[in-house]
Structure formats: structure tokens, C-alpha cells
Design a protein around this ligand. Structure first.
Ligand code: PGA
Ligand code: ZN
Length: 393
């Protein structure tokens, strides 16, 4: 039984305010914080400014949640939706909703003396996702850097998540050396990826070289992926890059060519968030060798994922609990993807806290990858938790 709930405003990794929730039950405790995006999808659940959202929740929401059973996640989440009364949490704020929903699950796990991944995944949760790490980036996460938002790696040949975590770190360090030698090393973006003022083609070359070096050292297969966050590039008529302009058809050809040229294992949001047809064209041509993943396209929303399934838009769904607002909705999105043969990737946001819940969710729900950066306190909080979970499994 939920006895007490505390909401507070805390810092996120960009120095912005965000919401943290503490839930006390008679026998347990759960704490969770809401992350925040920079390249947010149009159809995401709506965030409210933390201070005003918390004040509102104290008055209109928290009293109704006291006395609820934390182990009945579905009822707890349904209550959040019912009290909010809108389809996108604009009333109580998706940041308040997701912090409470995740804190509820953690309080329930704690009162049963279970790890969160075990509580949610049960006895058969037996594998951790592999970390998908952001090595070089720009877009909305770093000014004057690459146009493609994220150049990612995943150690597909690793024996498990722990080995893969260190491989990603080695690639990150190797890229630093290469950029330094070229006199192009600058700072890092919001997710800890290097943010040099280079073109996308140069970034592919640098990352390819680093992958070559690290895979020779480790004897492991390491593959490249990208998040184009193409809604940020699309101006209504064209995709605008630092060094190029592409129309819709050019973009389809360009991305398909990148998949082959760089043996990409993963391409996220290669087209703007309305263009299910372009997604479907690309998916049809590369699905045997590459995951085509929808982030802004699907926003962890069952209705949009159904549209994606009906149109063949993707073979992978990015999962961000804060895009939809509750753990129940997050679970439903994953179940729908699973039932239809789509892979799922559990993901951080560019604005994060040290909350490591997504490492548990990715394991409990059988996601193929955990997308959570490579370095930086708020990123390694998740990666180190993944290492601990793998040890327990
Ligand atoms: P965001 O970026 O958290 O800024 O939306 C991450 C992503 O696009 O995957
Ligand atoms: Zn994305």
C-alpha cells in the first residue's frame, strides 16, 4: 500500500529542472526521475514545467494515489490517466506521470525484495540488452557539429553487455585520438558523444577507422548505427544538411546507400515523423541486414506503432517511457512490437539524470539494445547498472 509520495524538482544533465518522485509503501521504497529530450517528437506526451507541475500534482493528484496498491501497476497507471483526463498527459504533465509510474514499480519491487528487472521480467528474464552507444554527434545535441544527430556503435560480437560496455568505451577513446591527431577534436554534445565540426562523411570515416582498430584489438565484431533525427533536418520540402540538400527521394537513396557502404546495423528516424511511406520503402530494401527504427515516428505510442505495422514502416521500435508517460503504456508498446516481429530498443533521452531504471526495463522486456550513451555520469549510471544486472543473471 502506498503510504507517502514526495515530488521534488532536481537537476538534469543539461542543467534543466526535472521531476523526481519518491514513493513509500508499508514495506518498500521507489525513486524515479523524468528525463527530457531536445529533439522531441511532435506526438510525444506533453511535459509541464516541473515546479508548476509538482504544485498541481500535490493538490490534485497525490491525495488520490495514497492508499493504492503499488503492486497493481495497471490500476496505478490507469488512475494517472483518469485523473489527467487528456490523451497526452498535458494536464498533470508527462514528466510527473513517468516519474510516478516508474517509482511505483520500483516501490513494488522493493516491497517484494526483488530487483526491478526480476519483478517486471519474471523468472525468464535471462538476457541483458547490448549497449548501443553514441560516439560522434551533432544535430540538436551540439551546435556546429555533424548534421546527423548520432553516430552509434554496438559490439554485436561481444559475449554480453559487460564486454560490450567496455568495447564502446574503447571506440569512444579511439575516436578521440583520431580526431586529436587530425586537429579536429572539440568538446562533447549533450549525450557525451564527440561533437567535432566535421561533415557526416568525415564522421563515418573517423568512426569506421576507430571501429577497425578496436575490433582488431578485441577480435570482436563491432557495427555502426545512426540516429538521423530527420524531423530536425526536414524543412517541409527538403532535408537540409551542413553540406547538402536532399529531397525526399534523394534521402531514401542516400540512406539505403549508407546502410550498404558502412554496413549499418541500425538506422533511426531516417525520415521526418510523418513519412511512413519513405520508412516503408527503406525498410523493404534493407530489412534483411539492418534495423530501421522509429523514434519520433512512433513516440512509444501504440496507435502510431499500429500504423507502422500496417504500412511496413520499420522493423524496430525505439522505447522511451517518458514519450508516453506510464510503464503500462511502455509495456503495451513493447508487447505490440514483439507480437508483430519488430525489435525494440530501450532508450535514454539527451537530458538525463542518474536514474538507471531503463537498464532494468530493457532487460525485463527483452529489448535487443539499450541506447544510453557511452560516457558521463548520467550515462554510466545506466551502463554500470547493466553490468550489475548481467552479474545477477
Ligand atoms: P532526444 O534525442 O532525447 O533529444 O529526443 C534522443 C533521440 O533522438 O534518440
Ligand atoms: Zn532518436
Amino acid at each position: 500500500t502506498i503510504e507517502e509520495i514526495t515530488l521534488r524538482t532536481i537537476l538534469d544533465s543539461r542543467g534543466n529542472e526535472t521531476v523526481e518522485a519518491d514513493i513509500y509503501t508499508s514495506r518498500g521504497f521507489g525513486r524515479a526521475a523524468a528525463p527530457g529530450g531536445a529533439s522531441t517528437g511532435t506526438y510525444e506526451a506533453k511535459v509541464r514545467p516541473p515546479r508548476e507541475a509538482i504544485e498541481n500534482a500535490r493538490e490534485h493528484l497525490i491525495p488520490s494515489l495514497i492508499g493504492e496498491d503499488a503492486c497493481d501497476q495497471i490500476t496505478f497507471d490507469a488512475l494517472l490517466r483518469e485523473i489527467d483526463g487528456t490523451p497526452d498527459f498535458r494536464s498533470i504533465g508527462a514528466n510527473v506521470a513517468v516519474a510516478l509510474s516508474l517509482a511505483c514499480a520500483k516501490a513494488a519491487a522493493s516491497s517484494l525484495d526483488l530487483e526491478l528487472f526480476r519483478y517486471l521480467g519474471g523468472a525468464f528474464a535471462s538476457e541483458t540488452p547490448l549497449p548501443l552507444g553514441n560516439i560522434i554527434g551533432g544535430g540538436a545535441h551540439a551546435p556546429n557539429a555533424t548534421s546527423i544527430q548520432e553516430f552509434l556503435v554496438v559490439a554485436t560480437g561481444a559475449s554480453g553487455a559487460t564486454e560490450a560496455v567496455f568495447v564502446n568505451a574503447a571506440v569512444h577513446k579511439t575516436v578521440k585520438k583520431i580526431l586529436q591527431a587530425q586537429g579536429k577534436l572539440t568538446g562533447k554534445g549533450d549525450e557525451g558523444a564527440w561533437a567535432p565540426a566535421i561533415t557526416d562523411a568525415e564522421a563515418f570515416e573517423v568512426l569506421g577507422e576507430a571501429i577497425g582498430i578496436v575490433s582488431d584489438e578485441t577480435n570482436l565484431e563491432i557495427r555502426m548505427g545512426i540516429d538521423m533525427a530527420a524531423s530536425e533536418l526536414w524543412d517541409g520540402e527538403h532535408y537540409r544538411y551542413r553540406d547538402a540538400v536532399r529531397n525526399r527521394d534523394d534521402q531514401i537513396t542516400y540512406v539505403a546507400d549508407l546502410v550498404d557502404r558502412y554496413n549499418l546495423v541500425y538506422v533511426e528516424d531516417p525520415f521526418f515523423e510523418e513519412d511512413f511511406e519513405a520508412f516503408a520503402d527503406l525498410t523493404a530494401s534493407v530489412q534483411d541486414r539492418c534495423l530501421v527504427c522509429g523514434d519520433d515516428l512512433f513516440v512509444t505510442n501504440v496507435e502510431r506503432i499500429i500504423q507502422g505495422i500496417e504500412t511496413g514502416a520499420a522493423n524496430c521500435v525505439l522505447i522511451k517511457p517518458n514519450q508516453i508517460g506510464t510503464l503500462t503504456d511502455t509495456f503495451e508498446a513493447i508487447r505490440l512490437a514483439d507480437e508483430n516481429g519488430l525489435e525494440t530498443v530501450m532508450s535514454h533521452r539527451s537530458g538525463e539524470t542518474t536514474d538507471a531504471t531503463i537498464a532494468h526495463l530493457g532487460t525485463a522486456f527483452g529489448c535487443i539494445f539499450l541506447k544510453t550513451g557511452v560516457v558521463g555520469g548520467e550515462r554510466i549510471a545506466k551502463l554500470n547498472e547493466l553490468i550489475r544486472i548481467e552479474e545477477l543473471i
